[in-house]
Design a protein around this ligand. Structure first.
Ligand SMILES: Nc1ncnc2c1ncn2[C@@H]1O[C@H](COP(=O)(O)OP(=O)(O)O)[C@@H](O)[C@H]1O
Ligand SMILES: [Mg+2]
Length: 247
């Protein structure tokens, strides 16, 4: 794939004796939205963490923008800054106000002066419709609002690639909807997104491609219609049936 922004070749990752990723090869095009689905424990979070270098791979190759992420280099650090991650449990600073959760990292990590950082933070919080919550603390927000702060922070840091690890699984369905809608609005802005989710309807709607992972391997991938409506692999079928049973 020529316009690939992420390329992974034959990735293996083990924790001690637990062989988690067993030869994953995949590419993501610039601006593409890829959802990853699969049973709990199949290695989805580990895969995202390997893309972001939060975990070191045992073998294989990962390139982001043609920069090798598996070999230590200066450009690797630059590339890492272009990758943001949104977590299930929000990861906000509890003792900072909403606005500070965005502006402080801009100030400290990106070295913007306080006024610039503040201005950018206000703009981005408007984008996720939280302009009336600037001075509140995370504890005063709903789960959906917290997650939107998390998303805003990732955008503020200039990430081009956003990795979402089950961004709505800690939320009630109604609240999840507002987060999904915030993610959808990013889709129109050209971000490259890799989304681990159990929200099959959302994944179908938003994704260019869906990848089904089981036991550390890609079982099946394709456009949402192929995977969700017409899965070919028996394991994909079983997984989708099981999920339909609980949603
Ligand atoms: N830091 C770690 N140390 C040891 N084992 C881990 C670690 N992270 C994940 N695992 C194991 O790797 C497997 C896959 O986990 P994970 O990637 O979290 O799966 P998923 O996100 O698909 O539920 C599980 O068996 C899990 O226990
Ligand atoms: Mg996980």
């Amino acid at each position: 794939m020529d316009d690939a922004i992420i390329r992974m070749k034959n990735i293996h990752k083990a924790f001690g004796d637990t062989h988690v990723l067993k030869g994953i090869s995949m590419s993501v095009r610039r601006g593409e939205i890829v959802s990853i689905i699969g049973p709990s424990g199949s290695g989805k979070s580990t895969l995202l963490r390997c893309i972001n270098q939060l975990e070191e791979i045992n073998s294989g190759e990962i390139y982001v923008n043609d920069c090798s992420m598996h070999l230590k280099s200066k450009s690797q650090n630059e590339m890492r800054k272009k990758i943001g991650m949104v977590f299930q449990n929000f990861n906000l600073f509890p003792h900072y106000k909403v606005i500070e959760n965005i502006s402080k990292p801009l100030n400290v990590v990106k070295k913007l002066n306080k006024d610039e950082a503040h201005e950018i933070a206000v703009d981005i919080l408007k984008k996720v419709k939280l302009e009336d919550k600037l001075d509140e603390y995370p504890a005063q927000l709903s789960g959906g609002q917290k997650q939107r702060v998390g998303i805003a922070r990732t955008i503020a840091m200039g990430s081009e690639i956003i990795l979402f690890d089950e961004p709505t699984s800690a939320l009630d369905p109604e609240i999840a909807a507002e987060v999904l809608s915030a993610i959808k609005s990013l889709a129109d802005e050209g971000f490259t997104m890799v989304i681990v989710t159990h929200q099959i309807n959302f994944a179908s709607e938003i994704s260019d491609r869906i990848i089904f992972i089981d036991e550390g391997k890609i079982c099946e991938q394709g456009e949402p219609e192929e995977i969700i409506i017409n899965p070919k692999n028996e394991r994909t079928k079983r997984f989708l049936n099981a999920i339909k049973g609980i949603v």
